[in-house]
Design a protein around this ligand. Sequence first.
Ligand code: AHG
Ligand code: MN
Ligand code: MN
Length: 338
Amino acid sequence: MNIIKGVRTLGQFIIERQSDFPYAKGELSRLLRDIGIATKIVHREVNKAGLVDILGDAGSNNIQGEEQKKLDVFANDQFIAALASGGECAAIASEENDEIIHIANSVSKNAKYVVCMDPLDGSSNIDVNVSIGTIFSIYRRLTQVGTVATDADFLQKGTQQVAAGYVIYGSSTMLVYTTGRGVNGFTLDPSIGEFCLSHPDLKMPNDGALYSINQGNFVHFPEGVKDYIRYVQEDDSATNRPYSLRYIGSLVADFHRNMLKGGIFIYPPTIKSPKGKLRLLYECNPLAFIAEQAGGIATTGFDRIMDMQPTAIHQRTTLFIGSRNMVQKAMGYMQEKA
Ligand code: AHG
Ligand code: MN
Ligand code: MN
């Protein structure tokens, strides 16, 4: 008799992997499950965004003065609700909230973990039906369980992350995460409403021929970045140059493509954003953790992202992330012109 090989759902996979953490009692698994639930709800709304009245602006601004889109607010609310009712998260730092959100119910006060998130990444792409994402990062809290979590619980180096992941709402919806033991990707099968393991043990190629940067800002880039761009545009078939430029404007989508195909993403300092645009806690650190777990690297252009000591929840940093050899090459140009 032929036994049909069944799918492995995210829920099953999380339970199987629980034994990776000898001291964990299942809280982290439940936290990942809660994030998976919110993701499915956001997926549902993203997919019908053109049908119902959730496109466009919510009429408010977040702390960084950016317009909040309705779907930003919706996704934020869904993740907060799922984490609050799950009981494993003591507090949340979100791009959409100026201050950290305390989950004040009696269960969550005793939770061990805090979560940083960018609930909706690539907001400018919502209204035009282009891929968007969600990014999350999980830390064990530093303050005592049973007390109110504080900013200090979030201002930990990226090396302290216990898990991190992203969701891409693309031609299909995928959830990719790591707990420090490799990276695994799951694709949502909408017919059964489950994330199914589709990309086990993801590895990023060491080299590639794609580069992602908002090259429209070229005049505002530092000399090292300009030199690197000139390098990738040179003609040299032995090193696959010139590379192809691919830039979506959703970090998650640009990162995901480069991870699968090999490539580099750069958000350099510019005159407008001298420290870069992307946020350390809920954009750069989680993707850096995933990149490293997949064999890639993530730096500021000079130093490892995950070694940065954060000083503010919404802190920004420059980001050079992707295939190992490509990022190292770009860093070489940065050092030359430092
Ligand atoms: P968010 O939508 O969460 O604010 O993030 C947008 C970010 C990121 O996704 C993307 O890589 C970057 O902004 C694009 O910025 P530019 O338009 O300046 O290139
Ligand atoms: Mn973002
Ligand atoms: Mn966002």
